[in-house]
Design a protein around this ligand. Structure first.
Ligand code: NAD
Length: 496
């Protein structure tokens, strides 16, 4: 595999391994065509990505079906040991993976490295849960005995977004494999290099049988072909609402179970009794500026009570304005570049629309001057609920701030959008915290923090934010199908 020297936006040189082959049935193959992938901080060409053909999709899914049968027949402890090996390999190559993701995705090297560490923990967590792949016994009438079994689906497909390339790959791979499935991964066309590289790590260390893990790069058509393939038994999708609807519709047409984790426009609600200093830091951290705001969980709607509005908002604006934006490989930099030109243009379009709608821009509001790539200033707008960015997901470093005075109104405001992924409540009062948590249409609620998703907790949205949950035991069971077994015990004992 080629080791490529790239020049960072600061002019330094960093070497990254560049893998440019699909991984199908244990072999590295060229795609039917290629598409370029670029470094979003410099605009430099990084590699030509192989685009899988329909025949290659079929080959991968046929291999995955075969491999899944062999794999599920292995003792669960053997599967767990193979995953442990994968964790060790990933850990040993964390710097390379993080460098690839920082170069390909534009987020900071240190955060991409955190993602690899979280991925390693996720693999070990799910490997450790292998013994929990158990059913239950159920009382049934008469002389019968009833129990359930958990079985793998078979050939699972994982379709990934661009914001956490390695972490989301692993968060699908680990539970899918430990449950006995094979997995075929379709990374985002903007951030495929780490997935293609991870395939080499898997292959070099002989972690898994051929065909158990396939990596197919390409654009949406490759994802669509995977969902549509007759061997596909389950689909895990993370991405936009628009694509999520298509994926779920296509899976539904084939009667394949699927889980879709989609966007968010998540409220952070600040009550007058909140610890204001905690709010200022916590709300800024909740905007995920370390990923340029490109996190589905970002608290991008700040709803502040009028009594503390000025103090909170001025503190948040100050922190946004002082955010260091620049080279993802520079340890002193917090925020890098937007992942791609289309995403960058979308963020800037939202900023222009917001200005045209009459919102007050409190800081930022455009591209970062003097930087060559897709850098956007951390931006705060004071908005009113009818403005576009009060309800639409931007997926960029843009925070909408609104003032409130009545409790019922802020709950209505928080719940008024189509999304329902995360929310945060900032208060020192227990009753306020509990009652508000119960009133919010959001799948994941924090109190006095925004961000931090644990492996063992269920993560998934309400309303347009998705269907189904990842995380914890439920996130393991989603990769299984449940079988009920009922025995008639009414006959005599054999030896009587
Ligand atoms: P996207 O929907 O544009 O693309 C996601 C993936 O779907 C890509 O791999 C793409 O190639 C593929 N795809 C496109 N069309 C397809 C089709 N017709 N059939 C199958 N696959 C297809 O999303 P994105 O821009 O990469 O990611 C950003 C979005 O993802 C944001 O809305 C964000 O909130 C959301 N997201 C949600 C979660 C979550 O857990 N809720 C996590 C990360 C990102």
């Amino acid at each position: 595999m080629e080791q490529r020297e790239i020049t960072t936006v600061s002019g330094d040189t960093v070497a990254i391994p560049v893998a440019d082959r699909l991984y199908i049935d244990g072999a590295f193959v060229a795609g039917e065509t290629t598409i370029p992938t670029t470094n979003p901080t410099t605009g430099d060409h990084l590699a030509e990505l192989p685009v899988a053909s329909t025949e290659q999709v079929a080959k991968a899914m046929t291999a995955a079906s075969r491999a899944a049968e062999e794999w599920q027949a292995l003792p669960f402890a053997t599967r767990a040991a193979r995953l442990e090996l994968f964790a060790t390999i990933l850990e040993a190559n964390a710097d390379d993976i993080a460098a690839i993701d920082a170069a390909d995705n534009g987020s900071s090297f240190s955060k991409m490295r955190d993602d690899v560490e979280k991925s390693v923990r996720a693999i070990r967590y799910y490997a450790g849960l292998a013994g929990e792949l158990k059913g239950e016994t159920i009382p049934t009438p008469g002389e019968t005995f009833d129990f359930t079994l958990r079985e793998p689906h078979g050939a699972v497909v994982s379709i990934l977004p661009f914001n956490h390339p390695t972490m989301f790959l692993v968060r699908d791979l680990a539970p899918a494999l430990i449950a006995g499935n094979a997995i075929t991964i379709k990374p985002s066309e903007y951030t495929s290099l780490s997935a293609l590289y991870v395939a080499h790590l898997i292959d070099n260390a002989d972690c898994f049988p051929d065909g158990l893990v396939n990596v197919l790069a390409g654009e949406g058509a490759v994802g669509a072909a995977l969902v549509d393939h007759e061997e596909t038994a389950f689909v895990s999708f993370r991405g936009s609402v628009k694509t999520g609807r298509k994926v779920m519709a296509a899976a539904g047409a084939n009667l394949i179970p699927s889980i879709v984790e989609l966007g968010g426009k998540n409220p952070a609600i600040v009550f007058p009794d909140a610890d204001v200093e905690q709010v200022k830091d916590g709300v800024v951290s909740g905007m995920s500026l370390a990923w340029q705001g490109q996190s589905c969980a970002s608290g991008s709607r700040l709803l502040v009570h009028e009594d503390v509005y000025d103090e909170v908002v001025s503190g948040v604006v100050e922190r946004f304005a002082n955010t260091a934006v620049g080279d993802p490989f520079d340890e002193d930099v917090t925020m890098g570049a937007i992942v791609s030109e289309p995403q960058y243009e979308q963020v800037l379009d939202y900023i222009e629309t917001t200005k045209a709608e009459g919102a007050t821009c409190l800081t930022g509001g455009g591209p970062v001057p003097d930087l060559p790539g897709f850098f956007v200033q951390p931006t705060v707008f004071e908005v009113t609920p009818e403005m576009t960015i009060a309800s639409e997901e931007i997926f960029g470093p843009v925070l909408s701030v609104m003032k409130w005075s009545e409790y019922d109104d802020v709950i209505d405001l928080a719940n008024a959008v189509d999304f329902g992924l995360t929310a945060s409540i900032w208060t020192t009062d227990l009753n306020t915290a509990h009652k508000t948590a119960q009133s919010l249409d959001a799948g994941y609620v924090w109190v006095n923090r925004h961000g931090g998703i644990y492996l063992q907790t269920p993560f998934g949205g309400f309303k347009d934010s998705g269907v189904g949950k990842h995380g914890g035991l439920g996130g393991l069971f989603v990769y299984t199908r449940e079988k009920n077994v009922n025995l008639d015990l009414s006959g005599p004992l054999a030896y009587e």
